[in-house]
Design a protein around this ligand. Structure first.
Ligand code: S3P
Length: 437
C-alpha cells in the first residue's frame, strides 16, 4: 500500500447537514450474528470501511453466502445456523480490526474446526491475553505468538464450559468474546464488567432472539439456543460523528447537523464531556431504530473551557479521546484526563501518539501513565504522524480548523478502516484537507 499523507490548510467554518458512515461496532456484529442465524438477515447502513469488510470476508470464507454491500450499504446475509460455519481454506486475515479478532476468537472457539486469525502490523502488536485468558478458563484451546499477540491459532472441537468471569478491564470486546463463546458452552456464562461498556452485543443478540440477561454490570447467557434472522438498520457511527462535534465546536461561525447518529447511552460520553467543556450540542428528533437510540445532532461553535474529565465517562467515550484531546488543546485553561490507560492499547498508543503530535503542532500537552494534561492555547501547525491509527489522522485534521499554519499528517491510509470518504465529507463541511504525497 502506498503512503497517503493529509495536508490541512488552516482555518475554516463547518456548515451543512451530513450523514457520516455506519456504526463500526454494529456493522461487525450484524455480519457475525446474521451469519450464524437461521434465515436471511437484511442490513442497511452497513459501514463499508475496511474493518467491517474484513469481518464480512471472514464469514464468506467460512461458507456464508453474503450479498453486497451495494452503494446504499445494503447487505443480505444467508444465515447458516449456529453450527453451520465451515473451515476456511486458509488463515483469516482481519487487517486492522481488533473488534473482529477479539469477538471472533470467542465465536470460533466453539466450532469443530481449527482456524487461524491474523492481522496487519498494528493488530499484530495488540494484546490478546485479555481474550485468551477467559477462553482458556472455558476450556478453549487458543495459542498466540509471544506476549499474547496475534496470530490466534484456535483449536476446534474443544468442549466449552460456562464460566462466571469478572473482567479485569472495562472492555466491550472482551465481554462480547466471552458471551459469544458462551453460546457454544455447556451451561450458563456470566461476565461482570468493572464499568459500563458498549452493549451492542447484548442488544443485538436479544434482537436475534438469543436471550442475554443483564443485571447491573453482569451479563449472562445460556449455551445451546439459536438465533433467528432479523433486519438491522445501522445508525451513523457516533465515533465518526465525534470528529465533527469537536470540529463544529472549535471552528468559528459553525453550525452543522449530523443525521441519524447512534446515541446509545453506552456511547454518548463524548457528548457529555463536550457539554461539560461548554459545547453547544443539541440532540434533535430522538427515536429508537431497531432497538438502538438514534438522533440528529446539531453542533454550533462554542468557547470551550478546560475540565477534569470524570473517570466514569472514560469507557463511554473510549474511542473519542484523540479528538477530545484536540478539543482540550483549543479550550481555555487546563484539561486533565485520568483513568484512560486503555488508550495505550488501541490501534496505536493513543496517549503517547497524541501527546507527541500535539507537541509537534505547538500545544502544551503532557502524557501521563493513564491520560494527559493539556493546557489550551494557540495551535501553531507542523508535521504529525498517525502511527497507523485512523482516529489519530482524523483528530489532527480537526486541529487544522484552529491552526496558524498548515498541518501535515503522515500515513493516513487507515482512515479507510472506519470512515470511507472522510476527505469528501470534510471538504463539503468546510475543512480544507487534501491528500498530498
Ligand atoms: C469495540 C469496543 C472498544 C472500542 C472498539 C470497538 C466494540 O474496544 O475501542 O473500537 O465494538 O466492542 P475495547 O473493548 O478494547 O475497549
Amino acid at each position: 500500500m502506498s503512503q497517503i499523507d493529509y495536508l490541512v490548510k488552516p482555518g475554516g467554518q463547518l456548515t451543512g447537514e451530513f450523514r457520516v458512515p455506519g456504526d463500526k461496532s454494529i456493522s461487525h456484529r450484524s455480519i457475525m450474528f446474521g451469519a450464524i442465524a437461521d434465515g436471511t438477515t437484511h442490513v442497511t447502513g452497513f459501514l463499508q470501511g475496511e474493518d467491517s469488510l474484513n469481518t464480512l470476508r471472514a464469514f464468506r470464507a467460512m461458507g456464508v453466502e453474503i450479498e453486497g454491500p451495494n452503494d446504499k450499504g445494503e447487505v443480505t446475509i444467508h444465515g447458516v445456523g449456529i453450527d453451520g460455519l465451515k473451515k476456511p481454506s486458509k488463515d483469516i486475515d482481519l487487517g486492522n480490526s481488533g473488534t473482529s479478532i477479539r469477538l471472533m476468537s470467542g465465536l470460533l472457539s466453539g466450532q469443530t474446526f481449527d482456524v487461524v486469525l491474523s492481522g496487519d502490523r498494528s493488530l499484530s502488536k495488540r494484546p490478546m491475553k485479555r481474550v485468551t485468558d477467559p477462553l482458556a478458563l472455558m476450556g478453549a484451546i487458543v495459542d498466540t505468538d509471544e506476549g499474547g499477540r496475534p496470530p490466534l491459532r484456535i483449536n476446534g472441537g474443544s468442549t466449552i464450559k460456562g464460566i462466571d468471569y469478572v473482567m479485569p478491564m472495562a472492555s466491550a470486546q472482551v465481554k462480547s468474546c466471552v458471551l459469544l463463546a458462551g453460546m457454544y458452552a455447556e451451561g450458563k456464562t456470566c461476565v461482570t464488567e468493572p464499568a459500563t461498556t458498549r452493549d451492542h452485543t447484548e442488544r443485538m443478540l436479544n434482537a436475534f432472539g438469543y436471550p442475554v440477561e443483564t443485571t447491573g454490570n453482569k451479563m449472562c447467557i445460556e449455551g445451546g439456543a439459536r438465533l433467528t434472522a432479523c433486519d438491522i438498520d445501522v445508525p451513523s457511527d457516533i465515533s465518526s460523528a465525534a470528529f465533527y462535534m469537536v470540529g463544529g465546536s472549535i471552528a468559528e461561525n459553525s453550525d452543522i447537523t449530523l443525521q441519524h447518529v447512534g446515541v446509545n447511552p453506552t456511547r454518548t460520553g463524548v457528548i457529555d464531556i463536550l457539554k461539560l467543556m461548554g459545547a453547544n450540542i443539541e440532540l434533535l428528533n430522538e427515536r429508537i431504530v431497531g432497538g438502538e437510540p438514534v438522533a440528529d445532532i446539531r453542533i454550533q461553535s462554542a468557547k470551550l473551557k478546560g475540565i477534569n474529565v470524570p473517570e466514569s465517562l472514560v469507557p463511554l467515550a473510549i474511542d473519542e479521546f484523540p479528538v477530545l484531546f484536540v478539543a482540550a488543546a483549543c479550550a481555555e485553561g487546563q484539561t486533565v484526563i485520568t483513568g484512560a490507560e486503555e488508550l495505550r492499547v488501541k490501534e496505536s498508543d493513543r496517549i503517547q501518539v497524541m501527546a507527541d503530535g500535539l507537541q509537534a503542532i505547538g500545544v502544551d500537552a503532557e502524557a501521563t501513565p493513564d491520560g494527559m494534561i493539556i493546557n489550551g492555547g494557540p495551535v501553531k501547525g507542523g508535521k504529525v504522524h498517525s502511527r497507523d491509527d485512523h482516529r489519530i489522522a482524523m483528530a489532527f485534521t480537526m486541529a487544522g480548523l484552529r491552526s496558524e499554519s498548515d498541518i501535515i499528517i503522515e500515513d493516513c491510509e487507515n482512515v479507510n478502516t472506519s470512515f470511507p470518504d472522510f476527505i469528501g465529507i470534510a471538504n463539503k463541511a468546510g475543512i480544507a484537507v487534501s491528500v498530498c504525497s
